[in-house]
Design a protein around this ligand. Structure first.
Ligand SMILES: [Mg+2]
Length: 226
C-alpha cells in the first residue's frame, strides 16, 4: 500500500487525526461566559494564534525544550492573551475541557485510514506537541485504538517538534530505522521538515492546498492509501 521500506506510520495529533469540536473559539467564549466574561468569538482565534506564535518563538530560542510545566504555562499565557486578567478557575476549566475525548472529533477519513493501514499490517503511532492531555483523549476514542500504544508526546520526551530529539524518540518508539517510518502531519516546519531532517519519510496533510512548494503532500489522509 505504502512504498517500501515503510513499516510504521506516525501521525501528528491536532489538525491531522483530531480536531476540536466545537471549535476552540466557541469553547473559550462559552467558558468565559460561565465566568461572567463576554468576548466576541470572532476576536478569539486571532489572539490565540498570535500568542501561540509568541510561545513558539520562545521555545525556538530554547532549542525546543519542553515539559508538562512549560506546556501548562504555554496555555496559561494563551488564555491570558485571549482573556486578560482571567482567573485560575477559568483557565483550569478550559484546560480540563481539552483533556476530554468528547472535546475532539476524529474525522471519518482519518478513522478509515487508520483502520485500513492497521489491517494492511503497518504499525502506527501518534506523535504530538500537545501535552499529556492527549493520553486521556486517545484512551477515550474508539477511532484511535490502533495508535493507543504508541504515543510520543513532546512534554514527556522533553523536546518539541521540530527538534531532533523529538524525532529520535519517534524512531525509538517505532523500533525500526528512520527510513522505514512515514510521518504524516499538517504543519510544514514541525511535521514535514522536522521529520525529513531526521531521516524519516514525510507527507504533509494540506487539505486547503496552501503549500504547493512541498514535494509530498495529500489533501486527505485517505490519499495515503492510493
Ligand atoms: Mg497539527
Amino acid at each position: 500500500m505504502l512504498p517500501t521500506p515503510i513499516r510504521a506510520v506516525y501521525f501528528d495529533a491536532v489538525g491531522t487525526l483530531i480536531f476540536p469540536n466545537p471549535p476552540a473559539s466557541a469553547v473559550y467564549a462559552q467558558v468565559a461566559g460561565r465566568h461572567g466574561r463576554t468576548i466576541d468569538p470572532a476576536a478569539i482565534s486571532p489572539l490565540l494564534w498570535q500568542q501561540f506564535r509568541i510561545e513558539d518563538d520562545l521555545d525556538r530560542q530554547f532549542g525546543w525544550v519542553t515539559s508538562e510545566e512549560r506546556e501548562r504555562r504555554r496555555w496559561r499565557n494563551i488564555v491570558s492573551a485571549v482573556l486578560p486578567g482571567s482567573s485560575d478557575e477559568l483557565f483550569d476549566e478550559l484546560f480540563q475541557h481539552f483533556a476530554r475525548p468528547s472535546a475532539w472529533v476524529v474525522p471519518d477519513d482519518a478513522a478509515r485510514t487508520l483502520t485500513e493501514l492497521a489491517a494492511a499490517g503497518y504499525w502506527m503511532g501518534m506523535a504530538s506537541n500537545y501535552d499529556r492531555r492527549l493520553e486521556s483523549v486517545v484512551q477515550g476514542s474508539a477511532a484511535l485504538v490502533s495508535v493507543r500504544g504508541w504515543l510520543v508526546i513532546s512534554s514527556v520526551v522533553g523536546v518539541r517538534k521540530p527538534g531532533a530529539g523529538f524525532f529520535a524518540a519517534v524512531v525509538a518508539s517505532a523500533g525500526c530505522e528512520p527510513r522505514e517510518i512515514l510521518f504524516v502531519g499538517d504543519d510544514v516546519e514541525n511535521d514535514y521538515e522536522g521529520a525529513t531532517a531526521a531521516g524519516l519519510h514525510a507527507v504533509l496533510l494540506d487539505p486547503k492546498d496552501k503549500h504547493p512548494e512541498v514535494a509530498r503532500r495529500v489533501r486527505s489522509l485517505g490519499e495515503l492509501l492510493l
